[in-house]
Design a protein around this ligand. Structure first.
Ligand SMILES: [Zn+2]
Length: 213
């Protein structure tokens, strides 16, 4: 269990978010490359899985995803290229957050990658609806680039205008999960108290027993 309840994912509703990526989306994206007990698991196993992740996080319309998947069947190399691009941006986001948390300068190549991702314009176009207020819309431009731009932006926004001092890397060296510490005291060390936090506690307990025995 976390020390503080996580923000409920259903709020704000997706249409109010207007597909802007929240900080949580950005962090979730970084954490798709998971370190579990020193073993690396990548949630973005394929281009299909990666696009599914984007639609699941309301960063890409389902129709756009279906269209891309259809396109991949004719151009399989395109799917490899898109997946590689997503992983490149993710790696840069990871490195930049790590640098901020560890209080060191981010590398120029990572910043270049993030800046390149953010350079994409994503345009919303409102479309008419019967009740006069249109919550429906369409996007222009490459949907993957648009989604990556918003994810990159969520991290950049936090580093510049948010609370970068509240960003954390789980202190369990075999986990390294990134998260925002929303606890009152701001002294959260682990991504999760019941797993990583507990592991640390058990290890400390064992070390103490060894020294007393
Ligand atoms: Zn952890």
């Amino acid at each position: 269990m976390n020390e503080e309840p996580a923000v409920h994912r259903a709020w704000p509703p997706p249409f109010q978010q207007g597909h802007l990526a929240s900080l949580q989306d950005g962090l979730d994206f970084i954490n798709t490359l998971e370190y579990e007990a020193g073993k690396v698991t990548d949630e973005l196993l394929s281009a299909e899985a990666a696009l599914e992740w984007l639609t699941h996080h309301d960063l890409m319309h389902r129709e756009a995803k279906d269209h891309l998947l259809q396109h991949f069947t004719d151009a399989p190399r395109e799917s490899t290229r898109i997946l590689a691009k997503m992983k490149r941006v993710r790696a840069a986001m990871r490195e930049i957050v790590d640098a901020a948390v560890e209080g060191r300068a981010a590398s120029t190549s990572d910043l270049k990658e993030l800046n390149r991702a953010m350079r994409t314009h994503y345009v919303y176009e409102l479309v008419p609806s019967t009740d006069g207020v249109s919550l429906d819309h369409r996007h222009q431009g490459d949907p993957v680039d648009g989604a990556l731009a918003r994810l990159a932006e969520s991290i950049a926004r936090e580093l510049i205008q948010g609370h970068p001092e509240r960003l954390r890397i789980c202190e369990n060296q075999q986990c390294r999960y990134v998260f925002a510490d929303t606890s009152r005291t701001g002294r959260r060390k682990w991504c999760d108290m019941s797993t990583c936090g507990n592991r640390a506690k058990v290890a400390r307990h064992r070390a103490r027993q060894k020294t007393t025995n």
